[in-house]
Design a binder for this molecule. Structure first.
Ligand SMILES: *Cc1c(COP(=O)(O)O)cnc(C)c1O
Length: 318
């Protein structure tokens, strides 16, 4: 398991690459939620999501160990982050994407100078291909969450939150494979254990919720949630034990709640966040916990939303 020292080390390693993102506030949101609300604005992070934190830490380590290229199997935020940092460090990156990848995602990876290879439609097809490519190219495969360097890198956002708001009562974190929340849990519980850390999942992708209930990793069928960064079908092997040890609670939000939270943040706060991040706002807006009159930080994990998807989210009336 990673520890607080790993996260402190990660922070030094990535300091020259990432932004320290602001904590945003909104009186209206606080009023609506019955809590003092803060948004940790990782949608304003380099490459548009927190994924650059873990990717930078892991890719820098790979370079120190002699890698001349890296690969990843993600058309989303992780793929963009890996392409960005590889290009910045002057090494090659091949990102394996599905055959039906959206044009805008492809363009984002290419804009960061990443090579793109299309392969199959499922991650079960892409993952072995990315590993095989890494071997052929004397490179290193960069996993999206189940890796100690990735987890420690993501945890750096937890240290920032504690410094920016030292009397924080609770932090709400979205859960996909659990890289982000395992890092944040380690940072917070090993620094200030009185701070509650609440995980948030879509009802349609409740694998971690089920796994924690049954005390073992449960796999669910492919999810169709609009929170596309949270569609992972089971918790990670390395991330899950950290959740079991430290997490205070996991709450679930519906698709409509995610959509309404997304619209609130867009319309009232003028911030473009992605549905995966709207989940944590939804958890507060729809009072999924018993917290009242507390200081709550919602970890707004990213802001990469396709304009087509955005149009669909705002066009349905309340
Ligand atoms: C990857 C991602 C998540 C989930 O992170 P995990 O480490 O897989 O739990 C949440 N939000 C956004 C925007 C993401 O890109």
């Amino acid at each position: 398991m990673i520890g607080i020292a790993d996260i402190a080390h990660a922070r030094e390693q990535i300091a020259d690459t990432i932004h320290q993102t602001p904590l945003l506030t909104s009186k209206q949101l606080s009023l609506l939620c019955g809590n003092e609300m803060y948004l940790k604005a990782e949608h304003l992070q380099k490459t548009g999501s927190f994924k650059i934190r873990g990717a930078t830490h892991k890719v820098k380590q790979a370079v120190r160990e002699g890698a001349v290229s890296v690969t990843a199997a993600s058309s989303g935020n992780h793929g963009q982050a890996v392409a960005y940092i590889a290009s910045k460090l002057g090494i090659g990156a091949t990102i394996v994407v599905p055959e039906d990848v959206a044009a805008c995602k492809l363009e984002a990876i290419q804009a960061y100078q990443g090579e793109v290879e299309k392969c199959g439609l499922t991650s079960a097809e892409r993952l072995p291909r990315a590993m095989e490519l890494a071997k052929q190219q004397n490179g290193v495969y960069i996993p999206p969450y189940d890796d100690p360097y990735i987890m420690a890198g993501q945890g750096t956002v937890g240290l920032e939150i504690l410094e920016q708001l030292d009397d924080v009562d609770a932090v709400f974190v979205p859960i996909g494979g659990g890289g982000l929340i395992s890092g944040v849990l380690t940072a917070i519980k090993e620094t200030k254990p009185s701070v509650q850390v609440i995980g948030v999942e879509p009802q349609l992708a409740n694998d971690t919720y089920l796994s924690l209930k049954q005390n073992q990793r449960i796999s669910i069928a492919g999810s169709t949630t609009i929170a596309d960064g949270l569609r992972t079908s089971e918790p990670g092997e390395l991330t899950f034990p950290v959740l079991r040890k430290y997490i205070d609670d996991v709450v679930l939000v519906t698709e409509e709640e995610i959509r309404q939270a997304f619209c609130f943040v867009l319309e009232r706060m003028k911030q473009v966040i992605e549905p995966s991040s709207a989940t944590v706002i939804a958890a507060a807006m729809f009072e999924k916990t018993a917290l009242r009159n507390k200081r709550i930080v919602t970890l707004v994990s990213g802001g990469n939303v396709d304009l087509d998807q955005l149009a669909g989210l705002v066009s349905k009336s309340d």
